[in-house]
Design a protein around this ligand. Sequence first.
Ligand SMILES: Nc1ncnc2c1ncn2[C@@H]1O[C@H](COP(=O)(O)OP(=O)(O)OP(=O)(O)O)[C@@H](O)[C@H]1O
Ligand SMILES: [Mg+2]
Length: 457
Amino acid sequence: MSKILVVDDEQGIRDFLAIMLKKDGHEAVTAGNGADALRAVQAEIFDLVITDVKMPGIDGIEVLRTIKDISPETVVIMITAFAATETAIEAMKLGAYDYIIKPFKVDELKIIINNSLEKRHLRKENILLKREIESKAGFENFIGKSEPMQKVFTLIKQVADATSTVLITGESGTGKELVAKAIYHNSARKGRPFVTVNCGALPETLLESELFGYMKGAFTGATSNKQGLFEAANGGTIFLDEISATTPGLQIKLLRVLQEREFMRVGGTASVKVDVHVIVASNRDLLTEVAKGAFREDLYYRLNVIPIQLPPLRERREDIPHLVEFFLKKYAKKDAQGTGTKKIDPAAMRSLIDYHWPGNVRELENTIERLIIMTPNDMITLEQMPDTIKKVRPSAELAPLDLPDAGVDLEKLLENAEKMFLRKALEKAGGVKTEAAKLLGLTFRSFRHRLQKYGDL
Ligand SMILES: Nc1ncnc2c1ncn2[C@@H]1O[C@H](COP(=O)(O)OP(=O)(O)OP(=O)(O)O)[C@@H](O)[C@H]1O
Ligand SMILES: [Mg+2]
């Protein structure tokens, strides 16, 4: 459905066009003269304006000029009573999409209207598509065999077709954006717009005009009317990333959109209705933000209709080998030499599984990409592993121990082993305790505590 303005001083033509457009499912508004037309385009953003050229007072050319000034994205079709080619050419130069000559054939008119709307639609889609391509992802690129991830996948499928607001939380790099995309790709809204907004990237006023659009003159630099991202997402999905970065002022406005499904453009007077599925994400705990007074409680409850919590990677280590395989394949394709997919030896894999991954999957992905480049042959070994990851290598490489037939005193054995490692670490570190602690993957406090327990060995 498109929003169309029909301008003609002849009531018969006005009404005829309005009825025809409404029949085709569009929203049609009419104006009987140039002045009314200008008022309408100042207050509203139309997808298409069909205007008569010859009108008393402000004529169609003037209307066209004004539209191209305040709402350049609006498509304009001119109607001219006779083959006044000069005016028609002038109109095309000024940016009209096409012109039709009265008396017109309905079929011809419909073709021109549909083509013009298609063009407008394509232009909008193009902008959206560019945003989308940057990180495309459905389910196939979403790895997770662990139980908590399987639960997330089930939830995604369950909620995809509802339009309830989804709140995705999780540490940085856990895959929040992937969840948002997967919901979209599994919903009936797939193929309609998917608009991502990073709320943390823009200052409040800019974010507001990006989200809600603005009218010409609303602020310095608002040289034309512009639709916001909520309107661009109409019929589809909007993903508000880093929602906790919004200011209380903007939070009130978001609350209104969520409650009423309508909003006002910056500097506008008419409220705009939209049908959008809202998905939000935050890497901060919103309840904590509410407690600190940094996030509105009422908005929190509005957002928290369907919560999806992504576990940090260190709490689902069984996913690590699968993710490693996935990223090895993914980046092999980008390898210019075409050496194919590299492999990783068990010790190196072990170190990846044991690392605590503060940057979660994103950090793992970057690590694999780097390892592929740093590894000269086909096998990634511990040697290429970054120090931070190598360091936490645990006892996995100890020689296997035999259990004597007579059995052992495990407590005593472990105590002895601990003492031995403490002593060796101190030796290796030349007596520097902080260094010795690092060798054992311990904090200094914990290392000192152990030393005291054994009375300095
Ligand atoms: N389960 C997964 N399977 C495959 N790739 C993943 C998975 N989780 C995350 N990734 C990849 O890790 C990177 C980070 O994921 P994403 O951008 O979705 O995280 P995020 O939670 O939005 O992070 P941030 O809070 O920093 O914005 C992306 O390149 C994404 O493709
Ligand atoms: Mg993100």
